[in-house]
Design a protein around this ligand. Structure first.
Ligand SMILES: *[C@@H]1O[C@H](CO)[C@@H](O)[C@H](O)[C@H]1NC(C)=O
Ligand SMILES: *[C@@H]1O[C@H](CO)[C@@H](O)[C@H](O)[C@H]1NC(C)=O
Length: 288
């Protein structure tokens, strides 16, 4: 078969431009649009495209002041632990102040893209600069979970809710069921500021322990709206709720369905600490 010279040139041009275009546009786009395609055939690259910027890598020379807290286990299956004094009041206030300048509207992440919808999530978020205090909190959150290989903390964000602010019922596993695919293994919901009414964290599928002693942190009031089921953690500055999102065999726990109830007055500031399982992550080498 022979081609006229002009169409050979055209073909050559397409090839010349097409190859770099595929590399620079096609390949990254494909990973964003169809990560599961890469998940099966190219595990070494899976998720490394989006997460190294969002995750933090520990500094081995980090020095932290001693800190202690108290824990109470609310549920073993799924594991839900209440942590009194996870942050000192000074640490919580430091983070409130550090976030102050940086707030912007919160987005929701569907597993494919980020979007803004105030009917689902109405709050502002601020990334916390990684000063010594923040890095020590990252390290504390990592230590709390016991050593687990390939688990990384997501960069810390403060979330601020004013009157009318809320986050409707959702799971934290980020649209990706199964840790093999790099989900959010665990969540810390830390309360940084609690000068508000409303704004509790509601888990409709968890049961309230019968003991009255939980009523210091759970909403036990008889005025609780009838449509509010399960348990509601009251925001208490410096305290945290920790839970695990996946069963050991990789199914998401349905009991972790939860919401940030509307703040009725005042301001609530929360801190989410999420831990990702990322077995195929390429760790950036230029990390101080
Ligand atoms: C979102 O919160 C603001 C207060 O920051 C409130 O005025 C507004 O009504 C809320 N919007 C929705 C859709 O809940
Ligand atoms: C708490 O909120 C009230 C009113 O909402 C305000 O008057 C008071 O100054 C706040 N306290 C602190 C410590 O921010």
């Amino acid at each position: 078969m022979t081609f006229p010279r002009s169409s050979m040139q055209t073909l050559f041009k397409y090839l010349l431009f097409g190859v770099p275009l595929y590399i620079f546009i096609g390949a990254p786009l494909l990973k964003i649009v169809a990560p599961s395609f890469y998940g099966s055939s190219d595990l070494a690259n899976y998720q490394s495209f989006e997460n190294t910027d969002a995750l933090v890598f520990p500094d081995n020379n980090l020095v932290c002041a001693p800190h202690s807290y108290n824990v109470r286990v609310l549920s073993r299956e799924p594991l839900v632990v209440y942590i009194d004094g996870f942050l000192s009041r000074n640490e919580a206030q430091h983070l409130v102040n550090a976030a102050e300048e940086n707030y912007k509207p919160s987005t929701i992440f569907t597993g494919e893209e980020e979007s803004f919808d105030a009917t689902i999530r109405n709050s502002s978020k601020a990334q916390l600069p990684r000063d010594n205090a923040v890095q020590c909190i990252e390290a504390r959150a990592r230590d709390f979970q016991g050593w687990r290989p390939d688990v990384y903390i997501e960069k810390l964000w403060a979330q601020r809710y004013v009157a009318g602010g809320h986050y409707t019922y959702h799971y934290d596993w980020s649209g990706e069921v199964g840790p093999r695919r790099g989900g959010r293994l665990s969540t810390f919901m830390v309360y940084l500021d609690d000068n508000c009414t409303g704004g509790g964290t509601n888990f409709p599928r968890l049961q309230r322990p019968p003991e009255q002693k939980w009523c210091d942190v759970l909403d036990c009031s008889s005025t609780t709206p009838a449509d509010e089921q399960g348990i509601t953690f009251k925001p208490v500055k410096g305290n945290a709720v920790y839970w695990e999102n996946f069963t050991p065999d990789g199914r998401g726990y349905e009991e972790t369905w939860h919401a940030g109830l509307p703040v009725r007055s005042g301001v609530k500031v929360g801190l989410n600490i999420w831990s990702w399982y990322q077995p195929y992550l390429k760790i950036p080498t230029a990390k101080a």
